[in-house]
Design a protein around this ligand. Structure first.
Ligand SMILES: Nc1nc2c(ncn2[C@@H]2O[C@H](COP(=O)(O)OP(=O)(O)O)[C@@H](O)[C@H]2O)c(=O)[nH]1
Ligand SMILES: [Mg+2]
Length: 262
């Protein structure tokens, strides 16, 4: 047998179209996109049409009692909606948890601060097997266009604190825009009121749980990744962040965990 007989001659004439590429392999994880809202009608109108429904397995709107048409908008557009009975973001997370079907929870702010086009990259990254993937506003080349001096300094200080006290390697330990394994809520005891109650009472506010999640994921040495994600300015609505009260509460949690949480 000669070499010419072994290798097929190159095809010079037009033949049938080559076979289509195989379909994308299915994701290993199922993803619930959780969208907290409190009077975010402008953001919802601008942002939600950019979220392709096929990117995730479930979209849940968690509403904290909007009076500006946010809930009506969400229902009209066929989204699953949960209206909170009790105020506060973490209280809302707890209420909606039984409705979460995904083994990954992806929290997404529809106020313009979270870029919807990043969702597929975030999901692809967590599907590589990470416990948590953060869309960091400070991992180069990302930038925040929403920060003022106080929030920029606060986010830097808090992230440094988590890294120093809890052994993290974060550039952004605070942002809501992140995906994590739903089971971490139980495993890291974020669902236990006792870890939030005291600072909430001391500083007279209701907080969220992303900062504590960052600290505890680092303490446990979980597999965490960050991808850069710009933070564009808010689209309409009002900022709900209460800089001093939340800041004090989160700092309290970081210090107490450093002393107590194993
Ligand atoms: N369900 C619910 N959503 C809230 C609550 N407080 C704030 N949000 C929403 O959570 C998202 C992030 O909060 P945001 O005010 O943007 O914080 P900021 O970006 O730091 O100013 C926004 O879509 C808010 O409307 C609440 O008590 N319950
Ligand atoms: Mg925001």
């Amino acid at each position: 047998m000669t070499a010419t007989e072994l290798s097929p001659a190159p095809r010079l004439t037009a033949g049938p179209d080559p076979a289509p590429p195989p379909p994308e392999p299915r994701r290993k994880c199922t993803v619930t996109l959780l969208v907290p809202t409190l009077n975010e009608i402008a953001g919802m109108r601008a942002i939600m049409p950019l979220v392709r429904r096929e990117w995730v397995d479930q979209i849940l709107i968690l509403d904290g009692g909007s009076t500006d048409g946010t809930v009506e908008y969400a229902r009209e557009h066929g989204y699953e909606v949960h209206v909170q009975r009790e105020p506060g973001i973490r209280q809302g997370y707890m209420e909606v948890l039984p409705r979460v079907r995904g083994d990954v929870l992806l929290t997404f702010s529809p106020d313009g601060n979270s870029i919807p086009e990043l969702l597929p990259a975030l999901i692809a990254k967590i599907d590589e097997g990470y416990d948590m993937v953060i869309a960091s506003r400070y991992k180069p080349p990302a930038r925040s266009a929403d920060d003022d001096r106080v929030t920029a300094f606060g986010n830097w200080l808090f992230t440094r604190t988590v890294n120093l006290l809890h052994g993290g390697r974060y550039t952004d330990a605070m942002v809501i825009y992140r995906a994590y394994r739903t089971r971490l809520i139980r495993e890291l005891e974020l669902d236990q009121d006792r870890w939030h109650r005291t600072p909430e009472r001391l500083f007279g506010c209701r907080i969220s749980w992303e900062p504590l999640l960052s600290a505890r994921a680092a303490r446990r040495g979980l597999k965490v990744a960050e991808i850069p994600g710009d933070e564009p300015p808010r689209v309409g609505g009002e900022r709900k962040l209460r800089v001093l009260r939340w800041g004090a509460s989160y700092y309290y949690q970081f210090l107490r965990d450093w002393l107590l949480w194993r």
